[in-house]
Design a protein around this ligand. Sequence first.
Ligand code: PLP
Length: 377
Amino acid sequence: MWKIQLFKLNFDEREAQAAYDTVASGWLTMGERTTAFESAFGTMLGGGTHCISVANCTAALHMALLALDVGPGDEVIIPALTFVANANTVAMVGATPVLADCDSLDDWNVSAATIEAKITPRTKAVMVVHYAGYPCDMPAISKLCRERGVRLIEDVAHAPGAVIAGQSCGTWGDIGCFSFFSNKNLSIGEGGMVSTSSEELLQRLRHLRSHGMNSLTLDRHKGRAISYDVITPGLNYRMDEVRSAVGLVQLEKLAAGNERRGELTAAYRRRLAGTNVAIPFSSPPAGSHSVYHILPSLLPVHADRKAVIEALKAKGIQSSIHYPAFWGFTAFQSRFSPADAPIVADICERELTLPLYPTMSDDDVDAVCDALSEAVR
Ligand SMILES: Cc1ncc(COP(=O)(O)O)c(C=O)c1O
């Protein structure tokens, strides 16, 4: 249907072989491939970070809130411009999500100032998102959270491999939460990772992931344990071996894929410079390295976004919106309003996401930019 899709998997025979070998091994539930994936991911993040893999990023966020004892009566500051998983997980633990605006019409991330404006005596935690792969100003945000005694969760769904001030995104806060959903920079289908440098949190997260049990099925299979104790109530948010094996292959491709995304983003910026379509994050904080998860653009104020989407579609080009405003969702319309985050309210009306994936060609970028320029003219 599409000549140029929004996203395409960067898969080849290596992912297929890894999945085949795992099935042939006869061991499917969390085991040695999962441990290897966790350890390789922790090495990629650096700084002695511990990682445990989970079913998806939503599970990771849920576990992070539970591990930090966030619950009824607490407020959690989240970005107004993000996927609904952040608001959902905060609501699911009985806490109140509070929206922080983005920094400006160019920097779509939350900042220390926009977070600070929403801190109250009930604020228990802040959840930041490195939107589109561009790191938030983590030195300033982590300093603010430390000074105000607020816990910090990083949602790194868009940003595996991103760095700011020499430190990986996902290692600045108490807990980092990654997504390996199909369209992510590291794609598995469904999957996620939790990172922390705290031994105590690591233990709590391990228990939350697997029913609070102190031994795994693999331990019993290997004869290392006969039974198990349940240390604390927990969930089943485990990863499995097939997905871990595919994840290991994808991790090897991550750096090159991120680099190619950067080249394509630079080509988009060159092609759209001087038009009335803006690409945000034109001057990210010094020392920050994006991983270019998506290509967000901002249409001119009076553009008819639906008509632009249809015009692109007529040329076989897929586009999307990141993100629809929370206050437009049935479940959240009584909790939030555009007044909570005026800059995000404007962005949500005008944002259009263009195709971006590592196997995209420069000619594809030209075709998208030609079609978009014509559509907004
Ligand atoms: C910013 C953000 N957070 C969380 C999630 C949820 O990830 P998952 O689908 O792995 O649960 C996503 C998924 O798209 C996301 O973009």
